[in-house]
Design a protein around this ligand. Structure first.
Ligand SMILES: [Zn+2]
Length: 285
């Protein structure tokens, strides 16, 4: 393990749960050309390309062998000549991320056309209001709007996040990642937290590793801790719309409260391009 590489990854990416570090290797790979996938380091899904290029040995071989195929809408597509695995390098040529095989078609679709909301829908998203990237997040060119979506296919989906970002959709959240072009209409969702609650959670402080709480309460007085940024809330019949920031500061004696994180598995993501218009979704800025 190379401390500089690891420390940079941890510092810059501590909020990104799918970052994993190259495990210690048993020695030089015999493969003349390799990526971490076919080299046996299958748990590596992201690494710092720039640092790897500057680091002799173990990491450097990946930067010597992965081949650049083309520019994408944002960033660059790379491919392993040995196993065919596709990789995405970000636009500043720093972070290399594996493209899961089941996401290759989605990334191609994302790359083939701009993803944006029609002006009428953009205004509706603005009325709901966007949540900014978490203050500690690697990528600040990011906004998300919780809502209910009607798709062109006629589906109504209650727990959606419009996700405005520059990079392609590479997250492993199952199959619930779609593109903004599929949206016919958007509405407020009962599961969405009020904007001021979401904003507070996006500014929470990491008080210990993995913990960045925002204390909130329901209209009936139940208290919760949101962990990191939370947009959608559905807990034992309490919905996001019922949640607010506490009127008074919490009493000194700490109570053990339910800790609520963003319910990623329950969310359908609709990806839109982060562009010069996106900051307009933050009405209070
Ligand atoms: Zn490979």
């Amino acid at each position: 393990m190379i401390p500089s590489l690891v420390s940079i990854l941890l510092r810059r990416g501590s909020l990104v749960p799918f970052i994993q570090i190259l495990p210690p290797s048993g020695g030089e790979s015999l493969l003349p050309a390799a990526c971490p996938i076919c080299d046996g380091a299958r748990t590596t899904v992201r690494f710092n390309w720039r640092l790897a290029a500057e680091t002799p040995g173990e990491f450097n071989k990946y930067t010597r062998t992965l081949l650049e195929k083309k520019s994408l809408k944002s960033g660059f597509l790379f491919e392993c000549p040995t196993c065919g695995q596709k990789w995405h390098l970000d636009s500043v040529r720093e972070i290399m991320t594996v493209i899961p095989r089941d996401k290759v078609a989605l990334v191609e679709k994302w790359d083939s056309a701009p993803s944006f909301l029609a002006p009428r829908l953009f205004e509706k998203a603005k009325a709901i209001g966007a949540t900014a990237a978490h203050r500690n997040s690697l990528d600040q060119d990011y906004a998300e709007v919780p809502c209910r979506v009607l798709t062109h296919q006629g589906e109504t989906i209650d727990k959606c996040l419009l996700s405005f970002r520059k990079g392609p959709p590479l997250e492993n959240y199952g199959n619930s990642i779609r593109l903004a072009q599929e949206i016919a209409d958007i509405h407020p969702s009962d599961y969405a937290l009020p904007r001021e609650v979401r904003t507070a959670s996006s500014r929470s402080e990491e008080t210990r590793p993995g913990r960045a709480w925002t204390r909130v309460e329901s209209a009936r007085g139940a208290a919760f801790n949101l962990n990191w940024t939370v947009n959608l809330f559905d807990w034992k019949g309490v919905l996001g719309k019922d949640i607010r920031l506490p009127a008074r500061k919490a009493e000194n004696k700490p109570r053990r409260l339910p800790v609520i994180r963003e319910p990623m598995e329950a969310i359908t993501f609709f990806i839109a391009d982060f562009n010069e218009k996106t900051p307009g979704l933050f009405p209070l800025r």
